[in-house]
Design a protein around this ligand. Sequence first.
Ligand SMILES: Nc1ncnc2c1ncn2[C@@H]1O[C@H](COP(=O)(O)OP(=O)(O)O)[C@@H](O)[C@H]1O
Ligand SMILES: [Mg+2]
Length: 552
Amino acid sequence: MKTALYTNLQKKIIVVTLVVSLAPLFILGAMMYYQFARIYTIYTGEEIKNRARSQAESVDLFLKERTAILSAMADTHSFEDITNEKNLAHIFNVMNSRAGAFVDLGVIDEQGIHRAYVGPYKLKGLNYYKQPWFAEVISRGVYISDVYLGFRQLPHFIIAVSRQEEDKLWILRATIDPAIFGQIVRSAQFGKTGDAYIVNEDSVFQTNSRFNGKILSECRIDTKLFGGHTTLIEKEDNGKKLLYAGSRLKNVKWLLIISQEPAEQMSGLMVARNIEILIIFAGILAIVIATVFTSRLTINRLKQADTRMNKLNAQLVQSDKLAALGKMAAGVAHEINNPLAVIMQKTGWMKDLLEEEEFKESENYEEYNDSINKIEEHAERAGKVIHNMLGYARKMEPHLEDVNINETINQTISLLNNYARNNNIEIRTELNDNLPVIASDQARLQQVFMNLISNAIDAIGKNGIINVNSKCKDSDVIIEIKDNGPGIPVEEQKKVFEPFFTTKQAGKGTGLGLWICYTIVEKLGGTLGLSSKTGKGTSITVKIPIVIPEKK
Ligand SMILES: Nc1ncnc2c1ncn2[C@@H]1O[C@H](COP(=O)(O)OP(=O)(O)O)[C@@H](O)[C@H]1O
Ligand SMILES: [Mg+2]
């Protein structure tokens, strides 16, 4: 039950500590991550927008350059010069070496007839009068078309300029290589999820898109979503979030679109997040280990303190019990003392009476005499017990004097030595010469040693060894009396200090010896310890505090 209590307490300590210390860590982690993500999203959007803007600028520049060189050629040549195909081929070469990306070059007259042509297709002589771009060039002077199939049945777009020469109007027209143009646009795509393409006003692809469709196919994105110059929109596509940045071109009504999964752009954030998670986990681990360790330490300390307290409590209960028993015994002894005195006095008188003639002649004289002797004997024994108890009770307060412990032990042993030797018991001593002289009660200590050594002799009976040794430890003198007698069974060990507990035959033991020892030692401020093992022997330790006598 106690163990469950400790486990419960430990659990509570661990839970409380973990909650208190981990909560701020989690909050901090979440806050940091949120801020990171916010800044990164802003940064990612800005980055894609910038890319779209700068790419639109370079496409614009590309178209502007091509238009400029085409215009220059038309400006510097007459219709007659330019319809000469040798000249036209030369012009075409110059244009491609200065700017590049031109597929072919042709001159068309007022009626829409293709009068001269340089390029890979058979387009000379064709009539363009009905082509949508033709009217546009005539009306505007400069025109960049959307991508269309035309006579060649291949997707392409043209740049055309018109010139008025006296009463004649003619058109110089060049086709732009869609492959080169597409490559320039695509150079803005980034990573695994990036896409870059151009759509016209009607959402038709003007270049191939990586994921969304081929050139001239319909684009699913509504171009009206994109506002003025450069706009960023966010769209959900197949459950994936996509960022689109659209930038309008200046020379044509085209829209350059760059798209990107922000997750890819944010891979830097993912690394930062993983590091953060790692650090937090390491922190959690450290906290958990430290918590478990310290709580275990605390609980162990608590356990130790509890055990110590329980032991102390048991000792206290024991000494309280012994004191109460002692008081009661002394009271009873006092009450019995007076009747005993009367009995003794009366038996003496009866003995005297028996010596008179009339009783001596009685046939029961012997029996009377025996009985009176027995009464006397037993009353005397009772008197001895009472004397012991009263003698002790009367002189509760010890009388302090200079005591040499070793000398006291030796004196006691010399009193008992004869008795021991008769029973073939050897009393060995191992006394520390450096014991200080202490302020104590010599007669009482002698009484203690006497009782303990007699008990040892009684326990051994015949043939054995008693070891008596003394030493100093900390602030105590410790005297140990050890015998190799039969020992005391565990269940009796608690009772031996109680008054009247004896295992000896009636008439031999009073059961007061150890009780008196216990009480005397306690009065002297010391303790009495018992350690015994049946079959091995008994050891009794007397601990007396060192009290240095006052100088007289
Ligand atoms: N050294 C010892 N070895 C074994 N038993 C002992 C020893 N000392 C005391 N005892 C036991 O403790 C009991 C109580 O001892 P004590 O109080 O001196 O009373 P008594 O000697 O009159 O019996 C003894 O009867 C004996 O059973
Ligand atoms: Mg005894």
